[in-house]
Design a protein around this ligand. Structure first.
Ligand code: PHE
Length: 345
């Protein structure tokens, strides 16, 4: 038995020294010291030894176990250190490498233009108002002098959310909301940028697009004020040489009503395909606020007057940036949007 113990010790020590991985070491430990291991098997034979031999053999067995445990522990430490070193070598970070640059976003051309428009009107003392995109029929139509069944509703068909609730077809309802809020006070000078919805979908019309409404109410406001304001505005957007032209038009909520053109941005008025040889391009609708609209929202048309205008931001963006299809503004194609990242104000 003594011989067996010594052999076991010697072979195990050799195996431990030769182990090259932690897993292998664990197998050796189980094979020697585990419940079904060799040492345990040898000790089971202790009962068949003469009693006077047992203490000595017991001591020897303990010594063998201690020696093996010690050898296992120190080999484990070695192997662990070696594995950690290998891991670190594989994961080494080269701090001198150039960093990865995060992709840089940019403001969408419509938002950029919207902010620019806001700045221009803030500079003229206007406030910026907001109104709901889901709007009551009363604000979108009735209070703008477009009663139920009025033919002007045909041009502004939209999505009805409920009986008298709809996606607003223009930002004009915010005129009404602003007048109600001001409770007859003057001057009232506001713009309202926002999304509007219509049943239109072609190269120059999107079912969702952006408008900016403008409204000024005070004593003695005339069409000349409207004209001067719009001229200043288009020169800020398109440059100091820009001009405007007013043509008679019709809106139920303004009287008189006008359609406003600017010099064609492609040919500067010479006449080309973009402006169909006229030299002019339409950019917005406007007019003097209809007396009935003033009255409905708490103003006395005998005391005050006002002008209003509504322009499409998309349309202005297309003209200013030379975009020919409105869908380019909504497809989020980076090849398109990247062209507006720099250089443009
Ligand atoms: N709301 C009109 C439209 O969307 C534009 C407009 C606004 C016309 C204000 C006159 C005055 O067509």
């Amino acid at each position: 038995m003594e011989q067996m113990l010594n052999n076991l010790k010697e072979e195990a020590l050799k195996a431990i020294a030769a182990a090259s991985e932690l897993g292998e070491l664990e197998n050796i430990r189980l094979a020697c010291l585990g419940k079904k291991g060799q040492l345990t098997a040898v000790l089971r034979q202790m009962g068949s030894m003469p009693p006077q031999e047992r203490p000595r053999l017991g001591q020897l067995a303990n010594a063998v176990r201690d020696a093996l445990e010690e050898a296992l522990a120190s080999r484990r430490e070695e192997l662990e250190a070696r594995e950690q070193e290998a891991r670190l070598a594989a994961e080494r970070v080269d701090v001198t490498l150039p960093g990865r640059k995060p992709g840089r976003g940019a403001v969408h051309p419509i938002m950029r233009l919207r902010r620019q428009i806001e700045d221009i009107f803030l500079g003229m003392g206007y406030t910026i108002e907001e109104g709901p995109e889901i709007e009551a029929d009363y604000y979108n139509f009735v209070a703008l002098n477009i009663p139920k069944h009025h033919p002007a509703r045909d041009m502004q068909d939209t999505f009805y959310v409920g009986a008298d609730v709809l996606l607003r077809t223009h930002t004009s309802p915010v005129q009404v909301r602003a007048m109600e809020k001001a409770r007859g006070k003057v001057p009232l000078k506001m713009i309202c940028p926002g999304k509007v919805y219509r049943k239109d979908d072609d190269a120059t019309h999107s079912p969702m697009f952006f408008q900016v409404e403008g409204l000024v109410i005070d004593r003695g406001i005339s069409l000349a004020d409207l004209k001067g304001t719009l001229l200043h505005f288009v020169r800020e957007i398109f440059g100091p040489g820009q001009r405007i032209r007013l043509r008679p038009s019709f809106f139920p909520f303004t009287e008189p009503s006008v359609e406003v053109d600017i010099l064609c941005t492609a040919c500067a008025g010479a006449g080309c395909r973009v402006c169909k040889a006229s030299g002019w391009l339409e950019i917005l609708g406007a007019g003097m606020v209809h007396p009935r609209v003033l009255e409905m929202s708490g103003y006395d048309p005998g005391q005050v007057s006002g002008f209003a205008f509504g322009l499409g931001i998309d349309r202005v963006a297309m003209l200013k940036y030379g975009i020919h299809n409105i869908r380019h503004l909504y497809q989020n194609d980076l090849r398109v949007l990247k062209q507006f990242q720099g250089g443009l104000e």
